[in-house]
Design a protein around this ligand. Structure first.
Ligand SMILES: NC(=O)c1ccc[n+]([C@@H]2O[C@H](COP(=O)([O-])OP(=O)(O)OC[C@H]3O[C@@H](n4cnc5c(N)ncnc54)[C@H](OP(=O)(O)O)[C@@H]3O)[C@@H](O)[C@H]2O)c1
Length: 282
């Protein structure tokens, strides 16, 4: 369906290069959005304990006609559960909430270096994978020093690192650091979550006109051509379809560079969430 390109991870598993994001996708309306997204062709659903919608995602898994084994459910460990025992129990609790007996993919949501428990949290994910509770393990918002520390302490490299990335904050150095370690980058808030106006940017609009595509599709394609997984939220069924329809055109090298040049560095972050400073201990 939609010829969505697959990405091969360092643990041998594969993921589609577009995921359906679920921030603020909640309750009965959210359920409708997720069911629509699956119907449109999304197979990878990105949730988190902190999104307060794992139960709804589980309801979508039960209601859709698409078999469980074709869906890839991904969730994230909250900051309050970074100790080893809490992390193992939170993974089990997430499975109960979603109503499935294994997670396809699971990430540590934030490193929270001030709390400094992300190494034991990572050990819990490594062990949960060994117990068969999770297929693919990864992290989110980890900087190179956090990655190196967990790799050194456990001998296990995350398969993915989900990080903030959109044209105003392209996070290129971290994308390259991930690549160097064999880690696939996933881009969160790739359209700037309507907090910034990247979809109205003149360069993006003129490229959309040039390729007869929508601005969001230009940004999606820029990620795909950088081997970055596009984690995008859309409630509108039309947006959902557009965001999957990225595989019948190719941006030139010059146009890729033009998008790279929109980067504003640190001030470009949507909500100033630097991974060494941002705290969520929910
Ligand atoms: N790991 C982390 O720390 C972290 C942090 C933030 C987000 N995330 C993940 O990343 C996902 C995506 O980020 P996000 O939800 O912040 O925002 P986003 O995907 O950057 O933007 C979503 C907004 O863009 C609009 N949109 C989507 N497709 C469009 C299109 N084709 N044309 C025009 N507008 C379009 C949506 O509108 P409609 O809804 O009206 O269609 C929605 O308002 C999240 O849902 C979550 O799964 C992870």
């Amino acid at each position: 369906m939609n010829n969505i390109k697959s990405m091969v991870l360092n643990d041998g598993s594969t993921l589609p290069s577009v995921a359906f994001g679920t921030v603020n996708v909640k309750g009965a309306l959210g359920l409708y959005d997720v069911l629509n997204a699956i119907e449109s062709g999304y197979r990878l659903i990105d949730t988190s304990t902190n999104y307060h919608n794992e139960g709804m995602v589980g309801e979508a898994v039960r209601r859709t006609a698409v078999p469980r084994e074709e869906l890839i459910i991904s969730s994230k460990l909250p900051g309050a559960a970074h100790s080893y025992d809490d992390a193992i129990q939170m993974i089990q609790e997430t499975l109960y909430r979603i109503g499935i007996d294994y997670m396809d993919k699971y990430l540590i949501h934030w490193p929270l270096p001030k709390q400094d428990q992300y190494v034991e949290a990572w050990q819990a994910l490594v062990d949960a994978q060994k117990f068969g509770l999770i297929k693919t393990i990864g992290v989110s918002n980890f900087l190179p020093e956090h990655l190196d520390r967990i790799i050194e302490k456990t001998g296990v490299t995350p398969a993915t690192n989900q990080i903030e990335r959109h044209p105003y904050f392209n996070n290129k150095a971290l994308v390259n650091e991930n690549k160097k370690r064999g880690i696939v980058t996933e881009a969160w808030s790739p359209l700037g979550r309507e907090i910034n106006d990247v979809l109205e940017n003149d360069t993006i609009i003129s490229l959309a006109q040039k390729y007869d595509k929508k601005p969001a599709q230009v940004i999606g394609r820029w990620n795909i051509q950088n081997d970055v997984l596009f984690v995008v939220k859309a409630s509108s069924p039309q947006h959902q379809k557009e965001n999957l329809n990225l595989f019948d055109f190719e941006l030139s090298d010059e146009d890729m560079k033009q998008i790279d040049s929109l980067d504003k560095g640190e001030p470009g972050r949507v909500e100033g969430q630097h991974p060494n400073e941002y705290e969520e201990y929910e």
